[in-house]
Design a protein around this ligand. Structure first.
Ligand SMILES: C[S@@+](CC[C@H](N)C(=O)[O-])C[C@H]1O[C@@H](n2cnc3c(N)ncnc32)[C@H](O)[C@@H]1O
Length: 289
């Protein structure tokens, strides 16, 4: 920041020259200037507006955070997910558009005309559970997470959006107890699935590592969920899991080895097999667990 007055147009141009996407540069300018983030048209209409040193300093600080790969959702405090506006901060994973594939698959399996019991494991911001509750008012949605911080964010989102989701602090299924006293119709999860030491983690240093990393091959949590879910699913129910772009075959194999039925994967918007799900083994098979 030189102290020289700078036009909005010039400031936007410089931010992009530094490496920001145009949309990110625009949103960060709106944020620094205290304007609603929907007002991108305002930036175009006022591109000769002169920025004082304070505004330039504020913009420079936000641009530096983004250049250090901090997610836009943490900087703005918001993320749109499946038609909902969620409040997001560094206590939770920044919800990804890919995860809408998992929500759409779950919605296709949850009828709209009768109560269904739905469980979201590792709910983070509550994104998946809240999108299901929004679209299936008759569903009883339970959402669990091992992180008390994440649950506080999910609770805030549920209250602000006025959506009835029951939130429980739990290491995977633990809070439900060992008895199949609360069978679910559909269990969904976007668990941690990145392998320890994976190069992708370099670009994800702002996000909670416990939301991302799952053992040497990235599959520890998925293995745990697949092994324990049959006790908590009704016969004919579904377990749907999001996983890494190259894990569909391995996750299908896990399900198949344990006797799950109708194992299949769904592609995300980029055509990548991003979620895998199945129906539990016949109840006779549960005795092996
Ligand atoms: C990849 S994030 C997904 C967050 C959110 N569902 C979404 O799709 O944006 C995984 C979540 O699983 C939670 N988690 C990790 N280990 C867990 C465990 N052992 N039991 C329950 N939740 C766990 C993390 O705290 C994190 O919120």
């Amino acid at each position: 920041v030189s102290g020289e007055p700078l036009s909005l147009a010039e400031s936007l141009r410089r931010a992009q020259q530094q490496g920001l996407a145009r949309i990110d540069a625009q949103l960060l300018h709106l944020l620094a200037l205290g304007r609603p983030l929907q007002e991108r048209a305002w930036l175009l209409a006022h591109d000769d507006h002169m920025l004082d040193a304070d505004a330039q300093g504020h913009i420079a600080a936000l641009v530096a955070r983004r250049l250090a790969q901090e997610p836009m959702a943490y900087i703005t405090g918001h993320k749109a997910f499946h038609g909902l506006m969620l409040q997001i901060d560094a206590r939770v994973l920044d919800p990804r558009p890919d995860t809408e594939t998992l929500v759409d698959w779950a919605l296709s399996l949850i009828p709209n005309d009768r109560p269904q019991r739905v469980l979201d494991l590792g709910t983070g911001s509550g994104a998946i559970a809240l999108a299901i509750a929004q679209n299936r008012p008759q569903a009883q949605v339970v959402a669990m997470d091992a992180s008390a911080d994440a649950l506080a964010v999910a609770q805030g989102n549920a209250q602000r959006l006025n959506l009835p989701v029951e939130l429980l602090h739990s290491h995977w299924f633990e809070a439900l107890g060992g008895l199949a006293n609360r069978p679910f119709d559909v269990i969904v999860s976007n668990p941690p699935y990145i392998a320890q030491g994976d190069v992708h983690l370099n670009a994800l240093q702002h996000e909670p590592q416990e939301a991302l990393v799952s053992g040497p091959d990235g599959l520890d949590d998925i293995r745990h969920i697949v092994a324990h879910a049959p006790l908590h699913l009704r016969a004919g129910g579904w377990l749907l899991l999001e996983h890494g772009h190259d894990q569909a075959d391995a996750v299908q194999a896990l399900f198949t080895q344990q006797g799950w039925r109708h194992v299949k994967s769904q592609r995300d918007m980029a055509g990548i097999a991003r979620c895998t799900g199945a129906q539990p083994p016949d109840s006779g098979d549960n005795s092996v667990l």
